[in-house]
Design a protein around this ligand. Sequence first.
Ligand code: BEZ
Length: 260
Amino acid sequence: MASILPRAAPRLVALHFISSTKPTSLHLQRASALPLAFRRYLATPTQEQPRLRLGSIAPNFKAKTTQGDIDFHQWLGDSWGILFSHPADFTPVCTTELGAFSRLAPEFEKRGVKMIGLSANDLVDHGKWIDDINDISKTNLQFPVIADAKREVAWLYDMLSAEDQAKPEIAFTIRSVFIIDPNKKIRLILLYPASTGRNSAEVLRVIDSLQTGDKKGVATPIDWVHGEDVIVPASVSTEDAKTKFGQVREVRPYLRFTTI
Ligand code: BEZ
């Protein structure tokens, strides 16, 4: 277990995060006795937590990032966006993820998707961590990473586990992915356990599916990847689908495929 603990986190607190046991008064006492340097692990709810669903407008926020201060909505502009969060800097799984996302930056750019990371540390730590990531993954990470030491954005986007909600003084940030469309609507929410790295191909696949669906008015089947046949939605008659797409393969009246 110890090998996956965040480097800068107090051991007891980190152990609470990865364990499924209920917090004890010892945990609480030890957490509240943390030196100031570790108070960055406190969650600081500064406003009411919005209930985020698919279709919700992505909450706006102002934040410090490795590329300067941003207003999130202004930064997004008219683009698609992906916001992905990490529990802490200098953690092994997160390090592999940020390296991989950085190497995939051209793929996101090709799809018109702006990338932004978040980790619950300050800019000084981010800078040193990114140097490590660039070295380890042989990349040059160019997208901004939000410095969310007080977990304000994490709170806004509900990136805190139920266990830590009940014990917010030592809340960690969940590994989350939000895909946001040009109307600022949340189109995908993924939450991962701390011990499981994301699947970057799946993130790109969902972006392809959403963008294809928006453009062509189609749905995509299980394990679909760009270039494969798509599904004619129930709202479109087979006749209209033939006019629009050409051939339609009808497996059942409610299951029809076409090529786009
Ligand atoms: C990580 O490796 O990214 C990690 C592991 C445990 C807690 C938080 C992060």
